[in-house]
Design a protein around this ligand. Structure first.
Ligand code: S3P
Length: 182
């Protein structure tokens, strides 16, 4: 992966809620010259509210505007710094065409963690995050199904299963990134 003072290499991790984006991005960032940013965490820091709270209090449309603006800002701020930047997106960020265009404009390598719905739902149910768009299994499954074709637009697909460890997934993502020249 690239040394600092060269233009940044950008890896963007996409996938449904519960697919493991944050964890994998964090693990990947352990490699030399790599750093990870979790878009939802950054939004929480800058807005002093979690994405779930923003959606709950102001609605999804407002949240999507904040999400796009924050993504635009980090791409502008961070891509000047060199090295390899790994961004873990929220589950809906990649679904927005404007966000996909922002990422494409930076030549970002997009990697889709393709986890089965059952696994995502189990993690959503077990997790403590407020996820207003997945309040019921039916709502979550509808969203999951509707989003599949947009996730498929990612350049690389990494299949996820319950038996795969974070290290295995991270190694697979890193290998795919290397093959893609990152
Ligand atoms: C969302 C996913 C969440 C968060 C927000 C909306 C979505 O992130 O951005 O609640 O639309 O799928 P995670 O995928 O990290 O749960």
């Amino acid at each position: 992966m690239r040394e600092a003072d060269h233009p940044v290499e950008l890896i963007v991790i996409v996938g449904f809620m519960g697919s493991g984006k944050t964890t994998v991005a964090r693990e990947l960032a352990q490699a030399p010259n790599c750093r990870a940013i979790d878009l939802d965490e950054l939004i929480t820091e800058r807005q002093q509210r979690t994405p779930g709270q923003i959606i709950d209090q102001t609605g999804e449309i407002e949240f999507r505007k904040i999400e796009t603006e924050t993504l635009r800002e980090i791409l502008a701020e961070e891509t000047r710094k060199g090295g390899t930047l790994i961004i873990g997106l929220g589950g809906g960020a990649w679904i927005q065409a404007e966000n996909r265009a922002l990422i494409a404009a930076q030549g970002g390598l997009t990697i889709w963690l393709d986890a089965p719905f059952e696994l995502c739902w189990q993690r959503i149910e077990e997790g403590t995050d407020l996820r207003p768009l997945a309040r019921s299994r039916e709502a979550a499954e509808r969203l999951f199904t509707n989003r599949q074709e947009r996730y498929q637009l990612a350049r690389i697909r990494v299949p996820i299963s319950a038996s795969k460890t974070v290290s295995e997934t991270t190694a697979e993502v890193a290998a795919a990134a290397r093959l893609a020249g990152v």
